[in-house]
Design a protein around this ligand. Structure first.
Ligand SMILES: Cc1cc2nc3c(=O)[nH]c(=O)nc-3n(C[C@H](O)[C@H](O)[C@H](O)COP(=O)(O)OP(=O)(O)OC[C@H]3O[C@@H](n4cnc5c(N)ncnc54)[C@H](O)[C@@H]3O)c2cc1C
Length: 534
């Protein structure tokens, strides 16, 4: 006998059945109550009209949802896809089927998703419908966590080591007569955004990346993660799967821990996997920061840094922004990186940092539109990591060392013979290696000889690199001289890094199995001499 009412699993950025706490809890509630199970995905028009959303995000998500729908079908279930405002969708389902409970993962998204979740919470309370949220990551909600920040690293480790939840073999039946729609290939609110070499969506693609990384691809991760020549293969490439939850972070962390502990692992492999583990820790560390300070999406963490740059753009600034955003700065590595990002949706950490640095230090652009442009281009856009990183790389946190990347030096270091630049900038194909990162230094005759006339075939640099970098850095250091700046910075350090609270050290996970604790980003200046990656 089926009891009246349905248990709803609301899928958001958690497109999988494996290690899915809300699904497991809803199945248990169905078993106890005899109720039916409704697996729901809501296409929210207002969400997809936010300025950080792009059609490449939807394309990845749509592929993942299709695979999820297949997996549910194999277990006798259906993915119910509905389009509309979430409260309305839930309310209609409630009227039709009687929603007995809503189960979902907590979301640390943009300001819009946070406001939507508050509306859902108010609706659920008003209707007397319990809405239970599970943690998707080692990220906690609420002021208690902020106060207890020194224990954050230990909590993270404990959470990551909890047992994984198996995919249910069978699922309770879906209610009859629920309207569902096809999963569209494109959404009408998004402009087309061709990304021909985007990573394919779906859990199977994520699992394949997990296996291949430990089957050899990732064995030199720690030495190959920065250069665009090597990183595409040597990096894990899990980020987009973590962003849409086709892989569970806990399953990824546990796999890394198992590989590090594997006696057959070479010492080099172990170093590589430890380096990845550190970054998986950073993943949550950054998302926790946005959870604790949601205003970081729009406002510089340090008020003095917020006031430093204009937030709107005049015509000159707009022209510099357009040149940067369209890969026409005149610095080959910057422009090649932007072209790669347009076509693939992914670039290395170092190249991300360089794009932000050039935009916000050399070109003195406001970081907010820079962040939005990159958010739309990164298939793996994860608000918690993204806004924090953009603020760090543009000097807006006021807490971190000011860093400015010299794009010519980066070119010589990361792409010494110009292979990467030539691959993405056909105009520079015949430029000799000695000038590939400084084509504007070619004589007129040499420019003509290699079919690359500067100002015609390829732009001259927008500004003088050295002078602009030095001026930008000087502007960023200016407020730091004020005592009040340092006072506010010290308060921010206590609140956001785990330093303070009686502790002189940043909070670190104990991670006894690794012997070496992961490095927190705040400790970076300490480690800069060992390794200049983040
Ligand atoms: C300006 C800027 C913006 C960024 N925006 C995003 C973003 O929107 N989404 C995103 O996932 N990452 C972002 N990063 C962090 C990092 O560049 C990417 O996580 C990484 O390049 C993704 O490739 P991967 O999966 O092969 O990572 P790997 O290098 O193989 O690392 C494994 C995982 O660790 C995490 N990770 C790696 N580096 C970092 C880091 N520096 N901070 C936090 N977590 C990290 C990611 O989850 C990643 O998938 C940004 C970095 C910068 C400088």
């Amino acid at each position: 006998m089926t009891a009246p009412g349905v248990q709803v699993v609301w899928f958001k950025r958690d497109v999988r059945l494996f290690d899915h706490a809300p699904l497991q809890a809803a199945v248990a509630a169905c078993a106890e109550s005899g109720q039916r199970l409704l697996c729901l995905y809501i296409i929210e028009p207002a969400l997809w009209q936010q300025p950080d959303m792009a059609s490449r995000h939807w394309a990845f998500l749509a592929e993942s949802l299709r695979e999820l729908a297949d997996d549910l079908r194999q277990r006798g279930q259906t993915l119910c896809v509905q389009t509309g405002e979430t409260v309305r969708v839930l309310d209609t389902l409630h009227q039709q089927h009687g929603v007995a409970g809503v189960w979902s993962h907590m979301e640390t998204g943009n300001g819009w998703t946070f406001a939507r979740d508050r509306r859902v919470s108010a609706w659920a309370k008003a209707q007397g419908v319990p809405w239970r949220e599970s943690q998707p990551f080692g990220v906690w909600r609420g002021s208690v966590r902020i106060r207890c920040r020194p224990s954050w690293g230990k909590d993270w480790e404990t959470w990551m080591r909890q047992p994984l939840r198996a995919t249910p073999e069978t699922l309770p039946a879906a209610p009859e007569g629920v309207a569902t729609a096809d999963i569209p290939a494109a959404l009408p609110w998004l402009v087309a955004d061709p990304c021909p070499r985007r990573q394919p969506g779906g859990r199977r693609a994520g699992l394949a990346l997990l296996s291949s990384f430990f089957a050899g691809r990732g064995s030199a991760y720690h030495t190959q993660l920065s250069s665009p020549l090597t990183a595409r293969k040597a990096c894990s490439r899990w980020s987009v799967h973590l962003a849409y939850g086709t892989l569970s972070l806990r399953e990824v962390v546990q796999r890394c821990l198992a590989e590090v502990a594997n006696p057959l692992c070479t010492s080099s492999e172990r170093r590589a996997y430890r380096a990845v583990l550190s970054r998986l820790h950073w993943h949550c560390h950054f998302i926790q920061k946005l959870e604790d300070a949601p205003s970081m999406e729009h406002t510089a963490l340090h008020p003095a840094m917020h006031a430093l740059r204009p937030t709107t753009m005049d015509a000159d600034t707009q022209a510099r922004f357009t040149a940067w955003a369209s890969g026409r700065t005149g610095w080959p590595l910057v422009d090649a990186t932007m072209a790669e990002l347009q076509a693939t949706g992914w670039i290395t950490f170092r190249m991300r940092a360089m794009l932000v640095s050039v935009a916000t230090v050399h070109l003195w652009l406001p970081w907010q539109p820079v962040a939005l442009h990159l958010a739309r281009l990164f298939t793996d856009y994860e608000p918690g990591i993204h806004y924090q990183q953009v603020q760090m790389q543009s000097g807006a946190t006021g807490m971190n060392t000011v860093r400015a990347y010299n794009p010519t030096k980066q070119g010589l270091d990361q792409d010494p013979d110009g292979t990467f630049v030539r691959a993405w900038l056909p105009a520079l194909a015949a430029v000799p290696t000695a000038q590939i990162h400084t084509p504007w230094l070619l004589s007129e005759a040499d420019q003509a000889a290699c079919d690359c006339v500067i100002g015609v075939d390829y732009p001259a640099p927008l500004v003088d690199e050295t002078a602009a970098r030095k001026a930008g850095v000087a502007r960023l250091y200016l407020p730091r001289k004020e005592a009040v700046f340092r006072h506010v910075r010290d308060q921010l350090v206590v609140r956001h890094s785990g330093r303070g609270m009686g502790s002189k050290q940043p909070a670190k996970p104990t991670n006894a199995a690794l012997k070496k604790p992961p490095r927190t980003p705040e400790a970076l200046p300490l480690f800069a001499a060992l390794n200049d990656d983040p």
